[in-house]
Ligand binder design. Sequence first.
Ligand code: NDP
Length: 480
Amino acid sequence: MPDTKFDTMFDYAPAPESRDVVDLKSSYGLFINGEFVDGSGPSFKTVNPATEETLAEVATASSDDVDRAVQAARKAFGVWSALPGAERAKYLFRIARIIQERARELAVLESLDNGKPIRESRDVDVPLVAAHFFYYAGWADKLEYAGFGSRPLGVAGQVIPWNFPLLMLAWKIAPALACGNTVVLKPAETTPLTALLFADICRQAELPPGVVNIVTGAGETGAAVVSHPDVDKVAFTGSTEVGRIIARTVAGTGKKLTLELGGKAANIVFDDAAIDQAVEGIVNGIFFNQGHVCCAGSRLLVQESVQEELLAALKRRLGTLRLGDPLDKNTDIGAINSAEQLAKIRRLSDIGESEGAERWSPACELPGKGFWFPPTVFTGVAQSHSIAREEIFGPVLSVLTFRTPAEAVEKANNTPYGLSAGVWTEKGSRILWMADRLRAGVVWANTFNKFDPASPFGGYKESGYGREGGRHGLEAYLDV
Ligand code: NDP
């Protein structure tokens, strides 16, 4: 009997993307007022999570450095906000085009520093980054028509996480600049390199000095940005815990605040759904970007009557996923971003097992060096289990079941979060009925993790407040 299993039928030859396209420096400074400058804090190392190799030394911005960056942004605000929208648009279009021209370089560097597969950084992250700048460039001279006026706020302090370093930068910087604000942005400590390459792109685009400033460092640098008295607007993406600290810091200061925090999304499959299509959506929902996605479909709610069929198909599919070198074009699952994050995923998975859920992973060899976790499915999960409640932020799926649509809604909404949800069914009327009742900022129907710069994104409850993307995303950067 011939072996017809997809994963063993073909032997994949390695297909590594070349690193040569990236000019990696041994050390990087801060980007303040259009110049790369030294930081006054101790520098830190950024590593390739797939190999633990040190990629570069990066400067830490102290509160004095952050102050210099804010002053530069304040000075530039006068010039930038006075430009007609059509002139600001020209800069944004130029940045978008340079991002396209340097796409390969950005994608390789993102995969090196973050651990995500090149297939994702090349085909998802970087194209979306360019699309964001194109989209908001289009708004810059049409702000009056968006319905929020056209008065910028001033200096925006922006703090972003490590899961989509460049894409989160684009979500923050593109609308801020389109509206006439200037920015001081802090990338995450483990993924600063593409933000610094973006700084180089700002220079190439001849953006006026001080309009974009990048300050690298850890949480303390972020805290200095957020609490700086001359920052008018704070935008944060990251954990709910840090979001709470920031909300407390900003309370009563008059600063405008948007928070995009955690999630524990339900991906709901009804018995009339196209099973193979749903399986692809489940895989994309939780294993895309190693599950380091705030809107990941980490809770699968499957209608009891199709549970067996669906799980069998899902397990077969997971057996074909390829985990390994992020720079290999065949790789589906890359490295976990840091040792800390790996420890958190391991801890929560162990708790899942000790609470009685059944753990399963496909046979899959993990590389000897670096931070790795196999795709993992927990069945027999109850709503009270930690793995059904806490954000794991890794390639771990919890499977729960339901019998009726009402039960599906109740279970889906039984979470402190409310960022996203997915519904899989053949019936249009059921999609609308569900979408009406799900407390989530985004509800995907027969798809998952689809992003578009024209579409607003954001949460309810502990997933934060404010919207990014689309016309709505302008409101956060205008004095309404
Ligand atoms: P954090 O929320 O700590 O990090 C997000 C950003 O905030 C980083 O740039 C971080 O700096 C910075 N930061 C940390 N502390 C402060 C502070 N007091 N004031 C201002 N800025 C601060 O997320 P972690 O990276 O620690 O991840 C922890 C967990 O958070 C994950 O396991 C995951 O569950 C969740 N998470 C959710 C994300 C989402 O998009 N919803 C994104 C990332 C994480 P630095 O990292 O450099 O120290």
